[in-house]
Design a binder for this molecule. Structure first.
Ligand SMILES: [Zn+2]
Length: 169
């Protein structure tokens, strides 16, 4: 298949937008803002990715998944380049990504700029964090670390359901 450069780049973005995050399968890597840029370096696609939380062991999985998807779409050769500065922020999550997190019962992070960074510490923001199921703000932080370091575990005091909160960073 012969494809000109702009078409190949556009197709690559579409493919990357279909690759789920290994730890948050509800959202794509593009939803999370992990994919920073797609370029051509000679004949190869260069995929610039920024890891989310530096402690997340998912970066190797992400690189593997991305290259496999690009390869399967016949868009290779490609290489992944990790771009660590500027550091990833939850502010990079797209509107669609936030909506998808919410739809999957994960309370999305608020804007870091709005002073939400306090929940990075052990202080629960019980009054402000709404339950993604019933919308109640009567919620309680059970653990600052959920299934992954990226998320905290909360419980809704109204519907009694536990839920995860993607911590702002
Ligand atoms: Zn609830």
């Amino acid at each position: 298949m012969v494809m000109d450069a702009p078409a190949r780049l556009q197709r690559a973005w579409e493919v990357l937008d279909s690759v789920p995050d290994p730890e948050l399968p509800a959202v794509s890597l593009c939803d999370l803002g992990i994919v920073r840029d797609v370029r051509l370096a000679g004949a190869a696609l260069q995929l610039l990715l920024t890891p989310t939380y530096s402690g997340c062991p998912a970066t190797e999985v992400i690189a593997h998944d991305v290259l496999a998807a690009i390869d399967a779409a016949g868009l290779g050769p490609a290489q992944v380049q990790w771009q660590r500065a500027p550091a990833w922020s939850t502010d990079w999550i797209t509107e669609r990504g936030l909506a998808r997190l919410h739809a999957h019962g994960i309370a999305p992070p608020g804007a870091v700029a709005a002073g939400n960074a306090v929940s990075l510490h052990f202080m629960p923001r019980a009054a402000a964090l709404a339950c993604p199921r019933c919308g109640s703000r009567q919620t309680q932080c059970l653990s600052a670390f959920g299934a992954t370091a990226c998320k905290a575990l909360y419980r809704c005091l109204d519907c009694r359901e536990p839920f995860e909160h993607f911590k702002p960073l």
